[in-house]
Design a protein around this ligand. Sequence first.
Ligand code: HEC
Ligand code: HEC
Length: 221
Amino acid sequence: MKSCRNLNIGVVLLLAGVVGLMTTSGSCNSMGNMMGGMMDRDSMKGMMKNRMGVQLPPGIEPEELPEPQSSGAKLLVQYCTQCHNLPGPGMHSAQAWQSVVERMNQRMQMMSGRNMMGMMHNIEVPANKELETLNAYLQKHAQKPIDKSQYEDLNSLAGRSFEAVCSQCHVLPDPKQHTVNEWPAVVQRMVKNMNLMGKSVPDEEVVEMILGFLQTHARSG
Ligand code: HEC
Ligand code: HEC
């Protein structure tokens, strides 16, 4: 039992890009699959989910992406769902995306073709041009940070709640990113993200107060 658990951890670390931990051997099924090079994407996603407290994107539907028909959105779906759920571009600021994409690209390179232990992986790697398009898409639709100097009422109860709740996973968002009518659905999706990412969800009244703050400062039209 113990060796089986160690193996699973070894597999996760391998997937996380840390090769060289696979020194243990045993009779676990997942190991057999790996050794045979038969590991398919679904079993890989399943294995990576919620292991070792690694943070993975909670996932968004392709049709929820901004400009879903653009080539950037299509490349994101093609390459960035090979190991985990589809990451929404609003998850990081433009600046933060640069190092994340670099890390993911290295991981894809490492997991394509045959690695140093002779195991086959079927991870597709974007060509340079594609990576450029992907990067430009993420930069364009990245989370836009608020300019705090423009919002005196960040000091109000609603403003402070907004700041405390909405800066836990990404930079504090600029309320001008959405209209009065758009914000409710976005806030609802964030509540879902909080559940999926293991953050505590504030009371209904607090959520309403935050929504009020966002709508007061929303983009017009
Ligand atoms: C080969 C597998 C693999 C592919 C393909 C992949 N990822 Fe990841 N991703 C991971 C792993 C493993 C983690 C968790 C460890 C980490 O954060 O480095 C992760 C975590 C993440 C996270 C959450 C952690 C953070 O820093 O925010 C984001 C966002 C993300 N990936 C974006 C992407 C994007 C964008 C792409 C496509 C360009 C992509 N991933 C492609 C394996 C992959
Ligand atoms: C538990 C982590 C988490 C918290 C807390 C969180 N977000 Fe997000 N946010 C995400 C993730 C992940 C994405 C990208 C996926 C998506 O769009 O759902 C995102 C994307 C966004 C986007 C860009 C997408 C869009 O539709 O415009 C906005 C705006 C946003 N968040 C606003 C907020 C606001 C406002 C709050 C506070 C009510 C908040 N977030 C709290 C995780 C979080």
